[in-house]
Design a protein around this ligand. Structure first.
Ligand code: G3H
Ligand code: 13P
Ligand code: ZN
Ligand code: NA
Length: 280
């Protein structure tokens, strides 16, 4: 059933587990996530990056919403990393009720102004908002420790940001990165604990591909109730496509079925890690 993101996250938070939010691009991705969630009796989130939204437009949104509605488990549909009002307007017009207004590439005051404005707009349209403070990136070599730490979420600033913007959930940067971790992931748990003490809304961790079980469970204990996963699911899909390259004329439906199964398996592993199985 189509469910609101905030309801999923608040329920997860009270019961000490987290919701997996998976980036999807097409029908195969949608099926992989819903199949996995239904197989494990787990809630989950379908999330569309603005580039996927631009590509698939309202038919892709309609697909996500329809799939969520007819699903046997609670599913929400979310717009990921949106840096422009135009994308947010398009998502709201298409019926998405969960928006990430991502002002994190901006300097603090501008992030605050952008997030405040986008939150007002989204709330007026009945949607909830995730924002980010600090700046998650791909793995970046060559940064000094000071430069690296400057990009992390400052707990005091996070508290002020939440008060000033009225956002519903907050994505934090504590050493998590998008894409692959080039060396052992290192998350700053004392920083996460300090944020938790000062911020009383659900916390979100991006870049969950590549995080080990111990870090996932520690993050959940410290208040994270949504993990974003893109890379590992996408790679499972690409591996299937690569493996069919050598065939002279593969059956397309067969390739699509195999892609779904490969992505579903990754999603199932993540739902187990997040502790949401059996919670639907
Ligand atoms: O969150 C950002 C986009 O979904 C890109 O993620 O680093 O896995 O390509 P990626
Ligand atoms: P990964 O690249 O680690 O899968 O993170 C995805 C993400 O945060 C999408 O918003
Ligand atoms: Zn992200
Ligand atoms: Na990652």
């Amino acid at each position: 059933m189509l469910t609101s993101t905030i309801e999923l996250l608040e329920t997860a938070r009270i019961n000490a587990y987290a919701i997996g939010a998976f980036n999807i691009y097409n029908l195969e991705g949608v099926k992989a996530v819903i199949n996995a969630a239904e197989a494990l009796q787990s809630p989950a989130m379908l999330q569309l990056h603005p580039s996927a939204l631009t590509y698939g437009k309202s038919p892709l949104v309609a697909l996500c919403l329809e799939a969520a509605k007819s699903s046997l488990v609670p599913i929400s549909v979310h717009l990921d990393h949106s840096t422009s009002e135009k994308d947010i307007q398009a998502a709201l017009a298409a019926g998405i009720k969960s928006i990430m207004a991502d002002g994190s590439p901006l300097e603090y005051e501008k992030n605050l102004a952008f997030t405040r404005e986008m939150t007002k707009l989204s709330h007026e349209n009945g949607a909830v908002v995730e924002a980010e403070i600090g700046r998650i990136s791909g793995t970046e070599d060559g940064l000094t420790v000071a430069e690296y730490e400057a990009k992390m979420t400052d707990p005091q600033q996070a508290a002020e940001f939440v008060r000033e913007t009225n956002v519903d959930t907050l994505a934090v940067t504590i050493g998590n990165v998008h894409g692959k971790y080039r060396s052992e992931p290192k998350l700053d748990f004392p920083r996460l604990a300090a944020i938790r003490r000062l911020v009383d809304i659900p916390l979100v961790l991006h870049g969950a591909s590549g995080l080990p079980e111990s870090m996932i469970s520690k993050s959940i204990q410290l208040g994270v109730c949504k993990f974003n996963v893109n890379t590992e699911v996408r790679e499972a899909y690409l591996d299937v496509l690569k493996s069919t390259n050598s065939l002279s004329s593969p059956d397309l439906l067969d390739v699509m079925e195999k892609s779904i199964a490969a992505m579903q398996s990754v999603v199932e592993d993540k739902l187990q890690l997040f502790g949401s199985c059996g919670k639907a």
